[in-house]
Design a protein around this ligand. Structure first.
Ligand code: PEP
Length: 251
């Protein structure tokens, strides 16, 4: 039985004060040391240490939204894995469609980031997903397969045990359009079969595959009840304590 994992991707929202307010509403609204699922919040870099301080006595875990794969040096504007570890991060989102499509991140770059995160003891939340035109052209599986195979190139079975995969159809992110539970389940099942080919049954049966794309307190329960959907990566609905708590409770 895989334990569900609910993660909030705050994106470029919430300054320090807003972080304090949102986390205070979140931690007072749920039983923070007795959660029925794993909960991760991923604030902006500038709020990570404050979030770590506010969450360190709770079971809520901390993640970042991105990192660079080099150890240190002349990479203006970038953040390393060690820096994220030093402010209490346990997870890092990698390969988000906004990184791929707005900032031009390639499968190769994402693969390097995943390798560095693993080597540094950070757990990647590795995002994959097709564009609307790719779904309409009937090539969803082909796109997902390429992203998975390239992103996970040379990642060992042992490292895979540390990872979360998030299936996020790009057409469903921030648009209010959600994949139907059946559409999402079909792709999750396919991703699990790819992991089975790569690493065998034990890893593929245990790996957490989250769904992301306009998850909210109305659609979460049905999505999360699908056999291969093990949690959710949530953007918009994680910015309001009430809706995030409702989703946590839907597990
Ligand atoms: C996301 O950014 O990962 C996401 C799923 O966003 P939203 O929930 O707003 O669609």
């Amino acid at each position: 039985m895989r334990r569900k994992v609910i993660a909030g991707n705050w994106k470029m929202n919430n300054d320090l004060k807003e972080t304090q307010n949102l986390l205070s509403r979140l931690t007072s609204g749920i039983s923070v040391n007795n959660l029925n699922c794993d909960v991760i919040v991923c604030p902006a870099f500038t709020s990570l240490f404050e979030a770590y301080t506010l969450l360190k006595d709770t079971k809520i875990k901390l993640g970042a939204q991105n990192m660079y794969f080099e150890t240190s040096g002349a990479f203006t504007g970038e953040i390393s894995a060690a820096m994220l570890k030093s402010v209490g991060c346990e997870y890092v989102i990698l390969g988000h469609s906004e990184r791929r499509n707005i900032f031009g991140e390639t499968d190769e770059l994402i693969n390097n980031k995943i390798k560095k995160a693993n080597a540094s003891g950070l757990k990647p939340i590795f995002c994959v997903g097709e564009l609307l035109e790719e779904r309409e052209a009937g090539i969803t599986e082909k796109v997902i397969e390429k992203q998975i195979r390239s992103g996970l190139k040379d990642i060992s079975s042992e490292e895979m045990g540390n990872m979360i995969i998030a299936y996020e159809p790009v057409w469903a992110i921030g648009t209010g359009k959600t994949a139907s539970p059946e559409q999402a389940e079909e792709v999750h099942k396919f991703i699990r079969s790819l992991i089975n080919d790569k690493c065998g049954a034990s890893i593929s049966e245990n790996i957490i595959i989250q769904y992301g794309g306009s998850v909210n307190n109305k659609n979460a329960r049905e999505l999360l009840s699908q056999k291969d959907i093990d949690g959710a990566l949530i953007g918009g609905a994680s910015l309001k304590a009430d809706s995030f708590i409702d989703i946590i409770q839907a597990t």
